[in-house]
Design a protein around this ligand. Structure first.
Ligand code: ADP
Ligand code: MG
Length: 222
């Protein structure tokens, strides 16, 4: 599902360099990424999503060589094929929760917002326990409810890859377990792969594999 080779990346400013000689995630695999703050975990997710473009090397997601696509195709690919749950949710406060969840359908011609999609959005929100909040705005929800709305938005297009950046970082332990249960259930139901950055070591046994960002980078460099 993910196949990275000889990837090199640096931001226009600053000293940070990311080198990933090889990294793969299989279809249906659930992989946790751990590592210290500033080690490049978010950068890696952004490269996989096609939000950032490597200076060298390739990033393949499913059938698509994301790193070789032009801007517009890369954006469409990201919106349709990758479900991204951001560290800070990135919900739009001026839209209702429902409109946030269907937002991907409004920003690309590659997805069509029709009756069945709206129905699925309501169903998914119900499953996630936020069905009664669809007419509210994100700033009227708790942290955990906002997180669930962000997860619904990521899942609705049925992506085969879910990227989650510290998705449970701001939640209390009960909500954390509950949201992870929902996320894993949805990922399994879709047969999707999950790549999740987390600081919660107690959550790691739930994943098929754990990649320690530092070890991984050192190991694959040698
Ligand atoms: P992590 O998610 O592991 O905490 P990040 O991927 O966010 O790490 O950041 C890795 C490094 O890249 C950090 O040193 C950070 O300061 C730097 N960085 C992040 N974004 C930018 C940017 N837009 N421009 C320059 N440097 C950046
Ligand atoms: Mg980060």
């Amino acid at each position: 599902m993910i196949d990275i080779s000889a990837l090199e990346f640096h931001y226009p400013a600053g000293e940070f360099r990311l080198s990933v000689p090889a990294f793969t995630v299989a279809a249906g695999e659930k992989v946790a990424v751990i590592g210290p703050s500033g080690s490049g975990k978010t950068t890696l997710l952004n490269l996989i999503a096609g939000i950032l473009v490597p200076a060298a090397g390739s990033v393949v997601v499913g059938e698509e060589t994301v790193s070789a696509l032009g801007d517009a195709a890369r954006r469409d690919h990201r919106i349709t094929s990758v479900g991204f749950v951001f560290q800070d949710f990135e919900l739009l406060d001026y839209l209702s929760v429902f409109d946030n969840i269907v937002h991907p359908y409004r920003i690309t011609g590659a997805l069509r917002l029709d009756g069945p999609v709206r129905e699925r959005a309501r169903e998914l929100a119900g499953k996630m326990g936020i069905g009664v909040y669809l007419d509210r705005h994100p700033d009227e929800l708790s942290q955990g409810e906002r997180q669930r709305a962000a997860i619904c938005r990521a899942l609705l297009p049925g992506p085969k890859l879910i990227l989650a950046d510290e998705a449970t970082g701001n939640l209390d332990p009960v909500n954390k377990e509950r949201i992870l249960d929902l996320l894993f259930a949805a990922v399994e139901e879709h047969g999707a792969s999950l790549l999740a950055v987390t600081h919660d070591h107690e959550l790691l046994p739930r994943f098929d594999r754990v990649v320690d960002f530092h070890d991984f980078r050192r190991e694959e460099r040698s």
